[in-house]
Design a protein around this ligand. Structure first.
Ligand code: HEC
Length: 141
């Protein structure tokens, strides 16, 4: 192969690589929603506490992530135990910036940590954005 041809091929490869990179970031909305659904529904299991249950312990239909009373108590004394898990569908209680801080650092807008039994999640930035996108989308149903 001539040096010129090699050079042309190399720069074409670099250009294709650059195009791929710019297409990959930011992730398309549907990918973020899919990732968010996976993190919320399959990993974080947010519904366990944030979706109300009926008297048989089944999730109440049509109330997915609508917020719920916490139906179990700690077996050791815990002074700070939250009686209610607030609504997550649409995440009405937080701005985007507040939600991203909360999901990545565990700090609420007032700087405090949520009370147990809310788990102390530390999502990375990309996953926090995916969780937020998914929760916002739940409010639009
Ligand atoms: C084991 C129960 C439980 C699970 C699982 C859980 N939460 Fe919570 N969550 C709570 C409780 C209880 C609170 C309220 C804490 C408080 O009042 O201090 C809360 C609070 C929150 C808040 C703060 C809302 C506000 O208005 O202050 C957000 C946001 C939140 N949870 C998101 C999530 C997400 C996202 C998931 C899943 C990835 C999740 N939670 C899983 C119990 C839970």
């Amino acid at each position: 192969m001539s040096p010129m041809k090699t050079l042309l091929l190399a720069s074409a490869g670099a250009a294709a690589g650059a195009a791929f990179l710019s297409a990959a970031a930011p992730a398309p909305a549907t990918d973020a929603l899919k990732r968010g659904a996976y993190l919320v529904e399959r990993v974080g299991l947010c519904a366990d506490c944030h979706t109300p249950r009926n008297e048989r312990g089944e999730f109440v239909a049509g109330a997915h992530l609508a917020g719920a009373p916490i139906s179990f108590a700690p077996t050791v004394p815990m002074p700070a135990w939250a009686p209610v898990a607030p609504p997550l569908a649409g995440l009405p209680t937080m701005t985007d910036a507040q939600a991203l801080t909360f999901l990545t650092t565990g700090k609420k807008p007032d700087g405090t940590a949520p009370r147990p039994p809310m788990p102390d999640y530390r999502f990375n930035d990309e996953d926090a954005r995916a969780v937020l996108a998914y929760l916002r989308a739940q409010g639009k149903k």
